[in-house]
Design a protein around this ligand. Structure first.
Ligand code: KG4
Length: 339
């Protein structure tokens, strides 16, 4: 008998559902919430309401696209945390209702583990190379910047993390200061393509070990712009591409310095990236350059599987299904947790 799992992701501002059959993700539907653009960041209450509106249509589309029937589904995997509690509650409540109605087991998924296991997603007709254990993942998203040693599918150890803001936050907040829309990361990525990354220098943190810090960069960027605008009102507009390219380079330099250190300290040359910021084209290029320079084998999630998506949740759920790690109806969502 085939194993068919429905996956649900609702931890922040993307409502997503995916269907996996025998280890292959047949559908991955994402409804991104545009409503937050007007506020320059995610408004938690609006996110919860949008999840409520989106969840049923997204699940219906995922089932339809996968060409399966509800009765074929053997288990439901859902993001239990970390994330925004109100957003998570929508996915968790849906999963519980679906599990009861269809008499199938539930699998809880840690959102951070799911971002890491995005590198194991199989899609129809493609034979993707998977990392071998142990490997290191640079997990960079809107809420997290971590370096993780992955010993097995479900055994991970965080060896470095940000002590303040995440890399995605640095992208988004600096974009906001420049008057760009939310989320700023992909916009900066585009604008940077026509800019000079060496034009401006911004402060880099001096944090011990494998930890990160991005709050100083954010402040130095803000003060730099404030001073330049005093001299020239149009400074941002006239230098937007160079500002984006220089900021992006600074963030990538910070990220790679510790990733290289982690590889040197552990001796691990199997290197993966994951999380929304891993979609950044310059970061991907920088990691590819490191692969040549340091003899790394690198792994980057396929397009669409870096940002929040249920494909990564259902793939993590599949490994838990194989390990028979199910969860009861009494399991509550959590906003904060470790790997
Ligand atoms: O993983 P994700 O979808 O949500 C979280 O779990 O946080 O990551 C969202 C973050 C946002 O900060 C967004 O600006 C950033 O990922 N992001 C990017 C790019 N695409 C998304 N940052 C830089 N370049 C990109 N191309």
């Amino acid at each position: 008998m085939s194993t068919v799992i429905l996956g649900i992701e609702s931890s922040c501002d993307d409502t997503s559902a995916a269907i996996l059959k025998d280890g292959v993700v047949l559908s991955n539907i994402i409804a991104s919430q545009k409503i937050h653009e007007a506020y320059g960041g995610v408004v938690p209450e609006l996110a919860s309401r949008a999840h409520q509106q989106n969840i049923i249509p997204v699940v219906s589309q995922a089932i339809k696209k996968a060409r399966i029937k509800i009765e074929d589904i053997n288990a439901i995997a859902y993001t239990r945390g970390p994330g925004l509690l109100g957003s998570l509650l929508v996915g968790v409540s849906f999963a519980k209702g679906f599990a009861i109605a269809n008499n199938i087991p539930m699998i809880e998924v840690n959102h951070l583990q799911a971002h890491i296991l995005a590198n194991f997603i199989n899609v129809p007709g493609e034979k993707k190379r998977h990392p071998s254990f142990p490997f290191i993942t640079l997990l960079v998203s809107g809420g997290n910047s971590q370096i993780v040693v992955v010993k097995d599918y479900l055994e991970m150890e965080m060896i470095g993390q940000t002590i303040d803001d995440a890399a995605g936050e640095a992208f988004d907040k600096c974009a906001k200061v420049m008057g760009l829309a939310y989320p700023g990361g992909p916009i900066i990525d585009q604008l940077a393509k026509d800019g000079n990354p060496l034009k401006y220098k911004f402060s880099k943190p001096n944090v011990v070990g494998l930890n990160y810090s991005f709050s100083g960069l954010k402040t130095s960027f803000l003060y730099f712009l404030r001073d330049r605008i005093k001299e020239d009102h149009n400074f941002i507009k006239e230098n937007l591409n160079d500002l984006c390219a220089s900021l992006q380079k600074t963030i990538i330099d910070i990220l790679l310095k510790k990733l290289i250190l982690a590889s040197n300290q552990t001796g691990i040359k199997e290197i993966a990236i994951g999380g929304g910021v891993s979609a950044n084209s310059a970061l991907q290029k920088a990691v590819k350059d490191c692969a040549t320079k340091y003899n790394w084998n690198i792994y980057i999630p396929n397009l669409g599987f870096s940002v929040d998506n249920a494909g990564m949740v259902v793939t993590t759920g599949y490994y838990k299904y194989l390990a028979k790690k199910f969860i009861g109806l009494d399991a509550a969502a959590y906003s904060r947790t470790k790997l």
